[in-house]
Design a protein around this ligand. Structure first.
Ligand code: GYE
Length: 288
């Protein structure tokens, strides 16, 4: 299997990489692993090199949704099946890949929105929200934004007063939150598209002399250990889970595809949500 990973931008990603590498070993799959450092051109290069090496299966997590048709067509012409994992592509031609294994990001955005609506059910408003978006053009950034917007638009008291990308990293999350704190006179809520950005933003909020979790409420996505620790300290109010442990399912799929078996086109991962109490209870056994 040739596998092209997005990068190492977040705790989620590190856990995902580890899961894929460990599962490959366990399943006896020879893994050619390539880290694209969040650049599409690197992923395209990696896929071309996998084609040249005549791997049995190519799997990858596309950093952005668009611009894959040419290279996927090359894989198809070389009769190498492609499995999308974690993130999807916007290609109209569905014959360019055999299956997509990963989360429903729209659903995750909706869950974050549902929490907000409940949390502020009896508040008069306005409720000023700032949003830290994931990597521009990536499926999770697009979908978490739209899922959330769909829910909160039902009540005009919810106002997204600023929204910018923090590229799914702590450093950028902190930097952008610092700018939000300077430009926005009143911030009630931060919605972060992943935990690393939320954790970076927490530093910015604390350095500005405010209390994350109470002065500014925080809802985030992923459910990594560091975020659960922050939740147990009252700094994050709600976390929507996104499961990075896709390795076993991916190896299973790859073996079936290689054997010529029919596989489902879409496999969704099961995931939950966490309140601070639930996160604190889950913390000792959290794997990532
Ligand atoms: O939420 C974020 C990572 O694609 C689901 O990418 C993944 C996202 C995850 O950088 O932390």
């Amino acid at each position: 299997m040739g596998f092209s990973q997005v990068g190492a931008e977040s705790g989620w990603r590190t856990a995902n990489t580890k899961s894929i590498q460990e599962s490959a070993k366990k399943a006896g799959v020879e893994l050619k692993f390539s880290d694209a450092q969040q650049k599409q051109e690197n992923q395209i290069k990696a896929i071309r090199s996998f084609i040249q090496q005549k791997v049995d299966v190519i799997a990858f997590s596309p950093v952005v949704e668009s611009g894959w048709d040419t290279v996927l067509k090359e894989a198809k012409d070389a009769h190498i099946p492609v499995i999308l994992t974690d993130r999807s592509v916007d290609s109209k031609d569905e014959s360019l890949y055999v299956s997509f294994l990963g989360s429903d990001f729209v659903e995750e955005g909706k869950k974050a929105g549902d929490w907000l609506v409940k949390e502020y059910a009896s508040a008069a408003g306005p409720v000023n929200i700032v949003q830290l978006e994931g990597t521009t053009g990536s499926a999770p950034a697009n979908d978490r934004k739209s899922g959330f917007a769909d829910v909160v638009k039902a009540d005009p008291k919810f106002k997204v007063v600023a929204s910018q990308t923090g590229d799914f990293t702590r450093a950028k999350g902190k930097e952008v939150m610092q700018a939000f704190l300077k430009s926005q006179p009143k911030i009630d809520v931060l919605y972060a598209h992943n935990d690393d950005m939320a954790l970076g933003a927490i530093q910015a909020i604390e350095e500005a002399g405010k209390k994350p979790g109470s002065d500014i409420k925080i809802v985030s996505v992923d459910g990594v250990k560091d975020a659960f620790t922050a939740m147990s300290q009252g700094k994050i109010n709600y976390d929507v889970e996104c499961n990075p442990l896709l390795g076993d399912q991916l190896m299973d799929l790859a073996k079936k595809v290689k054997a010529g078996e029919q596989v489902p086109r879409r496999i969704k991962t099961e995931e939950g949500t966490f309140t601070p109490d639930q996160a604190t209870a889950a913390l000792p056994n959290r794997q990532y």
